[in-house]
Ligand binder design. Structure first.
Ligand code: HEC
Length: 268
């Protein structure tokens, strides 16, 4: 209860600051928000729900996800996320966290692909199990260093495809990811655009997702962030959990190698 009321207080403080945000430097204000919520990121509520879901029997097989292998052995969550995406022998391909989770829900719990990918992005009225599970799992890597491998040929291939995508120009504006994310100090209005080709920028960008987005009142995953960027790029919305997204995520994750993982975070 105490937790909840402190979140409410924080939410009130945030809406009061909302107007100020529009007028002053967004970066300064965001730093203040972070300070404000430093020991009470609402993402913790997602983490708690994710933990419940992980341990809950579900699907036609009445199974939990406790035997799900995210790369470090069945049920091992600690440090799993900082090594993803990675090659999985059992499916003979590279998967990112969201793809692997779907795989576990299908193979362990017996859900259909449609059921397992239902509501990747939630709202208050329609909560997303995926966002909760991803919050719980990623939180188990907090404080650990990003250590993504490109040793396996398929990992290397995924990285190269992701890189190609990053530079691939198209759409109504002839934009690539690189148009907005390959120079230092670029901005759109008040938003600073990370230069993904710069190590420390790439680390800061990658190690802070998923994040509780104050503007949306929801925890959002990396896939949601990328969808929003594809939209800004005037590209069609990618299929949820597609191999293409895994490849792009591989490129981003590898560029963040060595960075200290620090999410679920808090963002505007
Ligand atoms: C038209 C410009 C534009 C294009 C093109 C674009 N993005 Fe973005 N990107 C943004 C903006 C704006 C943000 C939000 C920055 C903020 O909120 O501070 C963002 C944020 C991000 C972030 C999160 C950064 C962080 O620190 O939270 C990542 C990662 C990212 N973009 C990757 C990509 C990738 C990969 C592509 C290509 C598929 C892409 N972007 C295409 C404008 C763009």
């Amino acid at each position: 209860m105490k937790r909840t009321s402190s979140y409410l207080m924080a939410a009130l403080a945030l809406s009061a600051l909302g107007t100020a945000l529009a007028q002053t430097s967004a970066t300064d204000e965001i730093a203040k928000y972070r300070q404000l919520l430093a020991d009470g990121n609402p993402a913790e509520l997602w983490e708690m729900r994710g933990e419940e879901l992980w341990n809950k029997k579900d699907g036609p097989r009445e199974a939990t996800l406790e035997k799900c292998d995210l790369g470090k052995g069945p049920g091992v969550l600690k440090g799993a996320y900082v090594e993803l995406p990675r090659y999985f022998k059992d499916v003979n391909k590279v998967m990112d966290l969201e793809q692997r989770l779907v795989h576990c829900r299908v193979t362990l719990q017996g859900l259909t692909l449609e059921q397992a990918t239902k509501t990747p992005f939630g709202s208050t009225a329609n909560q997303s199990d995926i966002e909760a599970l991803v919050s719980y799992i990623t939180a188990q890597s907090k404080g650990m260093k990003m250590a993504v491998s490109t040793r396996h040929p398929q990992e290397k291939a995924a990285y190269e495809i992701g890189k190609k995508m990053f530079f691939y120009r198209g759409g109504a504006h002839d934009f690539a990811c690189a148009t907005c994310h390959s120079a230092n100090g670029q901005r759109i209005r008040l938003q600073e655009l990370p230069n993904i080709l710069n190590k420390s920028n790439a680390q800061a960008a990658y190690t802070t997702w998923p994040a509780y987005r104050v503007s949306q009142g929801e925890v959002r995953t990396m896939q949601h962030r990328l969808n929003d960027c594809f939209r800004q790029q005037r590209f069609p919305e990618p299929v949820y959990g597609s191999d293409l997204i895994t490849a792009l995520t591989m490129f981003l994750a590898k560029n963040a190698d060595g960075g200290t993982y620090n999410a679920p975070a808090l963002k505007r």
